[in-house]
Ligand binder design. Sequence first.
Ligand code: 13P
Ligand code: SF4
Length: 336
Amino acid sequence: MFAEKIKAARKEVDAKGFLDIELDPTLDLFAAIEKLKKEKNAVLLAHYYQEPDIQDVADYIGDSLGLAQQAEKTKADMIVFAGVHFMAETAKILNPTKKVVIPDLKAGCSLSDSCPPPLFKKFKEQHPDHVVVSYINCSAGIKALSDVIVTSSNAKIIVESFPKDQKIIFAPDKNLGAYINKVTGRNMVLWNGACMVHEIFSLEKITKLKVRHPDAKLIAHPECEEPILRIADYIGSTTGLLKYTQTDSAQEYIVATETGILHQMMKANPHKTFIPAPPNNSCACNDCPHMKRNTLEKIYLCMEYETPEINMEEELRLAALKPIKRMLDISGKAGM
Ligand code: 13P
Ligand code: SF4
């Protein structure tokens, strides 16, 4: 009976990327998700860019590195990944015996999409004496073509683990790559990719905001463009930014990253003020449209029906695992 239910659900997912099943509006989704977690021995991992309700029901909230570490070590039978596709894919690569489900298969990433494996393979062939360092925001296909993976929190130490004269290709984020070039004095060849959310901040509007809030500190994710990073008081991964607001003495911050992180910042610092950095137009473009495809309803449904599920060819998984493992080993030794 359950197998039939799942079969029918999978057909629906093939068409839409998620289960579009109407739920009883009186259903207490928080309680229902908690119940499913126990029944199915499931763990709910959420990125900081998820909407506040999802963060509040998650078992672990973190940045890309923290989420990968949790996915690798979990003893749960099912990993429910409230994030985007490359994150859930990384969880499956690291822990293949677990069932990994994602609320919406179409929760992609503009940065990952900017680097298709066949094009990147040609690019790599044009730089034969280079090692490939790839940001975790890429597909399993790109990971399989890489020597080591990095996240925004460990990119500097991992790049520095190579000899100074080692030629390096950095993909796919040109902004993070340029920032790492600057702080390490390297000259990595950069793939021309970028994140649609972090490219949208307006230098002019942030400058005006700083004039109106002279004591506010600008904190920025390294996926932002160089002119924003140049005027930032602190640059770091989402975890780095959150920790900074907890240890720093300022009372006001302009936050140049996706708005989801503000929920944890406000929870951790109820007396401080957090202002989302303004985008260069009037839409809410610093909300990641991919991350925000996930909802509590979709989380409940993907747990109940155990679909959409992440699966991949074993050959690809093993090739992608090697550079991720290398990243986790270096990070572990560095105490991260
Ligand atoms: P971190 O969570 O590693 O800071 O990365 C942010 C991001 O863009 C995830 O897609
Ligand atoms: Fe990708 Fe940018 Fe969204 Fe992160 S915020 S998932 S890098 S599009």
